[in-house]
Write a protein that binds this ligand. Structure first.
Ligand code: NDP
Ligand code: 8X3
Length: 262
């Protein structure tokens, strides 16, 4: 008996922040479904590595272009490249983002706050505005934004990151209303603790401090989150999984992580 073809086969999937973590895992997962994957991020050497490795994953095309979602001109150049090469966009995964710093507001740095708002909030708005004209109507196209449980439960020392992800949740809900009737699905996938480069970036290269975040816990892997993205995007065109929260089994709530003694 032959396996039915994936609904994603031959679809054009754009993934921001594809140079590491969830984005790189999503590139592999969508490629395995037979999708064409179009990747963006700032570290072009890493993007090229991710893209080269996709050759063995599936029959679709894969290509990358430098992208800084904090810059309107960079987003525009990326959109122009997509228009010229892909022609249309079926799925936009707005994944680029992350946290910088973990300290009380009284000690926060403007530079970190501004960078978090730029990537997690304004970047999603810019990418969406630039790519919506390339998205087909009534054919199961999808905007899939990567939020966080931090949007739903703020925690001390994370005010700016939690606010940024709450912004992402709010703009996703607004877009769901704005695009109602277009056939374009709008969704947010909100993960809990996952071991990627997230904590190394948050702690500005302090790998020891980053490793302690996951001590005694089995966190989500990037592949777990990528699998959820593929599942959401591969529902039939009339089905929109509006919001999904995915957490490690041992993370009952943002503050309630069960750590096993080593
Ligand atoms: P990583 O640090 O591994 O990946 C973040 C990605 O975002 C990188 O590819 C980075 O690429 C890209 N990025 C950051 N800023 C920009 C920018 N201005 N322009 C373009 N790309 C950018 O972490 P994750 O994979 O974990 O994070 C992916 C998303 O998931 C983020 O939005 C994060 O907030 C969210 N998230 C993560 C969780 C976790 O525990 N790991 C939990 C919940 C949500 P480059 O530096 O090359 O530009
Ligand atoms: C990442 C999860 O708990 O570090 O969004 O904010 S958390």
């Amino acid at each position: 008996m032959s396996t039915p073809a994936s609904r994603l086969a031959g679809k054009h999937v754009v993934i921001t922040g594809a140079s590491s973590g969830f984005g790189a895992a999503a590139a592999r997962a969508f490629a395995r479904e037979g999708a064409h994957v179009w990747l963006g991020a700032r570290r072009e050497d890493r993007l090229a590595e991710v893209c080269t490795a996709l050759a063995d994953e599936g029959p679709g095309r894969s290509a990358w272009h430098g992208l800084d979602v904090a810059s309107t001109s960079s987003v525009q150049a990326f959109a122009d490249w997509l228009r010229a090469n892909a022609g249309s966009v079926d799925v936009l995964v707005n994944n680029a983002g992350g946290a910088l710093g973990l300290e009380p507001v009284s000690e926060g740095r403007d530079q970190d706050w501004e960078a978090m708002m730029q990537s997690n909030v304004l970047g999603v708005l810019r990418m969406t505005r630039a790519l919506l004209p390339l998205m087909p109507r009534d054919a199961g196209a999808m905007l899939l934004n990567i939020g966080s449980i931090a949007a739903r439960t703020p925690y001390e020392n994370g005010a700016a990151y939690c606010a940024a992800k709450a912004g992402e949740l709010a703009l996703t809900r607004a877009l769901r209303l704005e695009l109602n009737g277009t056939g374009i699905r709008v969704a947010t996938l909100d993960p809990g603790m996952a071991e990627t480069e997230f904590s190394v970036v948050r702690f500005k290269g302090d790998a020891g401090r980053a490793a302690r975040v996951y001590e005694g816990v089995t966190p989500l892997r990037a592949e777990d989150v990528a699998e959820a993205m593929v599942w959401m995007a591969s529902r039939p065109a009339h089905v929109c999984i509006d919001e999904m929260v995915i957490k490690p089994t041992d993370q009952a709530a943002i503050h309630r992580v069960f750590r096993r003694p080593s």
